[in-house]
Design a protein around this ligand. Sequence first.
Ligand code: MG
Length: 360
Amino acid sequence: MSEQTVRKIIHVDMDAFFASVEQRDDPALRGRPVAVGYAVKRGVVAAASYESRTFGVRSAMPSSTATRKCPTLIFVPPRFEVYKAVSRQIHAIFADYTPLVEPLSLDEAYLDVTTNLRGLPTASQTAAEIRRRILEETGLSASAGVSYNKFLAKLASDQNKPDGQFVVPPGRGESFVETLPVTRFYGVGPVTAAKMRALGIENGADLKAQSLDFLQHHFGSSGGWYHDISRGLDHRPVRPDRERKSAGSETTFQEDLTDPAKIEAGVTAMAADVWAWCEQTGSRGRTATVKVKWADFQQTTRSRSVSGRIDSPDILDAIALDLVRSVYPPRMGVRLVGVTLSNLEAGALCAAAEPRLALG
Ligand SMILES: [Mg+2]
């Protein structure tokens, strides 16, 4: 395939994924404002149903804020096993169309269908067929964006959400981007967006009006990326072999803790969580890391590697406890602990990072 070949990229994104799975499995939740997460102090919303979004509830919002915005909000605890099973189902569907699938999370992936295994003439038809099969086989709706690169495909999948798709054909990328707020662009987080706003850059057209020099001066090495995307350019390939480099879990306590027994209970729970992932994916790692976030939000991390691999939950737990004990006596309250396993053995394909939930 020559470099000049126009690529056909689809970004598939399930609609309000966790919340939709809960509404699918419990008819009493249908049509009602649902948040997946825990309504505990410092809890966060992992996913919000469309009914709750009309009240302003969003994912990653503190549960307390969500409840204030929507007093009738129903909190449902997450069931990651079920979400992972659905994720496997949709990946089995993707595999019928292309081996070039790059997962972004449990419910989102890029597909390169420049040549598709079903011989469908257009990427748009391919996306429509994939969405139809997802609905038939899982009972859940998905949206899709179709374009000639990843940046545009991801923007496009949001255009007709939920249960819709949108195509940005070759030649239309630049004008499509012009009208969109920069907050929607990949690589523009809240801090960058605020900085751009201060410079008078609010949308794609504003961004395109800036020179490469100007963007590099203000945004350093990201300047080139912003220059490209304002023109609808993105040369990143779809990387099907993206491997997960680590598996981690962390928890924010309901209150800052100084009691070692309580801190260690948190560490043990997180180690067990990480081990559950190991069991499920058949992965094993060599390095364990414990993170402690203090009341002042500073954090301390401690790591240890073993010569072979950490191959039992008891060993992981023992190492994690040893590591957390190395920061005693706690210099102030502990707000959060996390356990991460890295140096994973090859073969643990990216299973997608899960949102961090406050387990309280
Ligand atoms: Mg989604």
